[in-house]
Design a protein around this ligand. Structure first.
Ligand code: TYD
Ligand code: ZN
Length: 427
């Protein structure tokens, strides 16, 4: 099996399922060795100058966890991480919603203690502070933790673990709410996290874990959400089994539209007063009825992904051959998978526009397509934008009305490639 190239640290091949310990794997997709999706490069980096790690997905036939075939050392992935939570309207609104939802549904009194793992720059916890809660963040990315501390959201620059949980209990007390938003999928040893969560929760406390919903990913062909940071792709059924083994239980689930379809799963100790709401069983039934436990579902997903891989590059190249200029909209991690899997490069896309300062002036991993600021892009806009940040399609298309009115078009890559012009919106 390929290890990484260029002398980087090894990627470990997954052996036993991190949820159930099983090893009856179904192969879903194999994208070959690709660079890390958020490792944006300095200009001038040679094309063969990046470490590549195998990227593929398996499904566990016993619990239907989907997992990457290989895990890259988290010290490599996260210590110098510069993924900054988007300050888009969509996300700010969602964070406000998450805070209100938790406070109302689980009757959090003012002054309750809220701990967030993977708290990034503290934006979500700031929303809880606005609701009168006492907060503590935990995030291993040192620069991000420092930014959070500067804005007044106290943050420990650590990975969340049993040791961290223990330390928090001793120094700050037990938590009424623990949050893990879009971080659980990034963690290899989730049993340790579950143990740490159980220790840190006060008896009636709640753990709210938000992840992309595997059912939505499969249904909408969101294969570009597969990258080395996303080790696991979860369903409600898989979570129920996982937490059940740790003295915890799923008591509520809320579906959200962010990141292509996500679930917020609320988990309590199994001796806590919260009774599971009907929606938990309803979603488990939906998963069963929609084929989540059948090999055929995964084979069909792989076929649809292959189809996108076969149709998107000719669509872009056909436009370029007709003299059209095409660029990428957004430089999300998803975009790195999209170009890597589809084999798109600088001859296809002139640049990617992105609002993130830290990405501007750098090159997209793998393709080496340069990242430009929106201001720079506006000086000479292309004819078509390939919408890498499709999870913000509504917001972006609303904001880019002028581009569309000037005859510009978007190529939306999933669920299948399609071109959107002003006429499509107004018609
Ligand atoms: P995000 O969806 O958080 O993606 P991922 O988890 O796949 O990295 O990233 C969205 C990217 O798109 C981020 O780099 C910011 C950028 N972006 C824009 O450039 N313009 C916009 O209007 C929006 C909403 C996002
Ligand atoms: Zn399993």
């Amino acid at each position: 099996m390929t290890q990484e190239t260029k002398g980087g640290p090894p990627a470990r091949q997954v052996d036993l399922c991190r949820v159930c310990g099983g090893s009856n794997w179904q192969e879903v997709v194999d994208f070959g060795p690709l660079p890390l999706a958020n490792s944006f490069l300095e200009p001038g980096t040679p094309l063969d100058g990046e470490a590549r790690f195998p990227l593929g997905v398996l499904s566990c036939r016993d619990c239907r966890l989907m997992t990457l075939t290989h895990t890259v050392d988290p010290e490599v992935l996260y210590r110098t991480y510069f993924y900054v939570t988007s300050d888009s309207q969509t996300i700010s609104r969602h964070m406000r919603h998450v805070a209100d939802l938790c406070v109302e549904r689980f009757e959090l009194a003012p002054g309750s203690f809220v701990v967030e793992m993977g708290s990034n720059t503290g934006q979500q916890l700031a929303a809880f502070q606005d609701s009168g809660m006492r907060t503590l963040g935990v995030d291993p990315a040192r620069e991000l933790a420092a930014l959070a501390n500067e804005r007044g959201v106290e943050t420990l620059p650590d990975f969340f673990s049993e040791v961290t949980a223990d330390r928090i209990v001793k120094e700050y007390g037990h938590a009424q709410l623990i949050l893990g938003r879009h971080v659980f999928a990034h963690i290899d040893d989730i049993s340790e996290i579950a143990t740490g969560v159980r220790e840190l929760l006060e008896p009636a406390g709640v753990f709210a874990v938000e992840v992309p919903y595997a059912l939505d990913m499969l249904a909408s062909n969101e294969f570009d959400t597969i990258y080395h940071e996303h080790l696991s792709y979860f369903s409600v059924s898989t979570f129920a089994g996982l937490f059940g083994r740790h003295g915890l239980r799923v008591v509520d689930v809320e579906r959200a539209t962010v990141h292509g379809g996500s679930i917020i799963v609320f988990v309590s100790r199994d001796d806590a007063p919260w009774q599971p709401r009907p929606v938990v069983a309803e979603l488990e039934r939906l998963e069963r009825d929609s084929g989540f436990f059948d090999d055929a579902t995964y084979d069909e997903f792989a076929r649809r992904v292959a189809h996108i891989r076969e149709t998107l590059p000719p669509l872009v190249r056909g436009l370029v051959a007709d003299g059209k200029r095409v660029a990428g909209y957004g430089a999300p991690a998803k975009g790195s998978t999209m170009v890597g899997v589809c084999g798109l490069g600088t001859e296809d896309l002139e640049f990617c526009l992105d609002t993130t300062d830290l990405k501007q002036g750098k090159l997209q991993p793998g393709s080496h397509i340069p990242v430009r600021s929106p201001e720079q892009a506006a000086l000479n806009p292309p004819d078509y934008y390939l919408l890498f940040a499709w999870n913000y399609a509504d917001e972006i298309i609303r904001n880019e009305r002028a581009f569309l009115e000037g005859g510009g078009r978007f190529i939306v890559p999933v669920p299948e490639p399609r071109v959107v012009s002003l006429a499509d919106l107004d018609g």
